[in-house]
Write a protein that binds this ligand. Structure first.
Ligand SMILES: [Zn+2]
Length: 343
């Protein structure tokens, strides 16, 4: 083991965990290889610091960054969750072909139970979208998008220097408890990392899906932006809803229940509505974003058996609305003013 690997293992691994061994000939091997390659490429694109990515063989549904060791880690439990969420969106994003309509879906009894406890079976014929070339391509693109978002979120914490800022931050303001301050700041950091991830996820999707179109008409720019944004929004919505089901956020630092994941999705949607996407004219961007939100909502409602519809309702509670406003004010303290873009 290299020195850096030993340090990662000592600091972060629980008993029984190790670095994920990938065997390309296994049914899931190809997927791990291509995700690791993509993830390393994104981590390497950070300005300044060299950040490496490791997959950890462990059941925890977790991804994390260590700014001291300069690594991003993704556990196998998280990769399995990504495969499950990508499967759900793949099957619900388009009509099921008649050949497969009789096949029993693995989540037919209870989608939330399957997300939490189901075993992802790469070889079962019930997982027909893995074996049908056309659906397999869709599955791989959703997997790619969800994975990129998760890694880019961690990269976003590096990029916005969150570890440094946490040490430098000041004392709580008057009439504000330290716990309230910590909660606000934590939410602000998550929102910034998410916004960063969403922006660069669009670029990654564009590169993957439209790589051969380097020079095109403005009208084509609108169509490509819309396609990438819709794809990204569906992926990110599935990610947050899936996280709320399978890995409830650590809310221990909060005094009242707070719908953290729904809030993060809302922040991404509002950012796109308020600030537009990809340099498009604001009123046009607004129409496209609204349309993408509608599409995403329909897919998510279907794949969650309606749970997605009630999932973000706690956000209507005025106390959460007030918190949202405060987080927006806090966001500027945690953004990196020196880089307008990743490069
Ligand atoms: Zn985070």
């Amino acid at each position: 083991m290299e020195d850096i690997e030993r340090r990662i293992a000592d600091k972060h691994f629980k008993p029984g965990e190790g670095f994920l061994q990938i065997y390309a000939e296994d049914p899931d091997g190809q997927m791990y290889c291509s995700l690791l390659r993509q993830g390393r490429k994104m981590c390497a694109s950070l300005p300044g610091d060299k950040v490496s990515l490791y997959f950890v063989d462990g059941v925890r549904r977790q991804a994390g960054a260590d700014s001291e060791l300069k690594v991003v880690m993704v556990w196998k439990g998280m990769l399995d969750l990504i495969f499950k969420l990508a499967s759900l969106v793949t099957v619900h994003a388009r009509p099921i072909p008649s050949t497969y309509q009789a096949a029993p879906l693995p989540w037919r009894n209870d989608v939330k139970v399957w997300l939490k406890d189901g075993v992802f079976d790469w070889e079962s014929p019930d997982y027909w979208w893995l074996h049908d070339p056309e659906y397999r391509a869709t599955f791989e693109t959703f997997t790619f998008a969800i994975f990129c978002f998760i890694v880019l979120h961690e990269v976003g914490h590096f990029h916005n220097l969150h570890a440094v800022r946490r040490m430098e931050r000041g004392a709580p303001l008057e009439a504000e408890s330290a716990a309230d301050r910590e909660r606000l700041e934590r939410h602000a950091r998550e929102v910034i990392a998410d916004t960063y991830a969403m922006q660069f996820l669009m670029d990654e999707l564009k590169q993957r899906q439209f790589a051969d179109e380097t020079h095109y008409h403005p009208q084509r720019h609108i169509a490509i932006t819309y396609a990438c944004f819709t794809f990204a929004l569906i992926s990110v919505s599935a990610t947050f809803w899936g996280f709320s089901v399978a890995i409830p956020m650590d809310e221990s630092h909060q005094e009242n229940f707070y719908p953290g994941h729904a809030f993060r999705l809302r922040a991404i949607q509002s950012t796109a509505l308020e600030h537009g996407i990809n340099g498009l004219e604001p009123s046009l961007a607004h129409v496209l974003v609204s349309e993408a939100m509608k599409q995403s909502f329909e897919i998510l409602s279907a794949m969650s058996d309606g749970d997605f519809v009630t999932w973000d309702q706690p956000l209507q509670n005025p106390i959460h609305g007030a918190h949202y406003e405060k987080v927006c004010e806090e966001v500027r303290n945690w953004s990196n003013p020196f880089y307008g873009s990743k490069n």
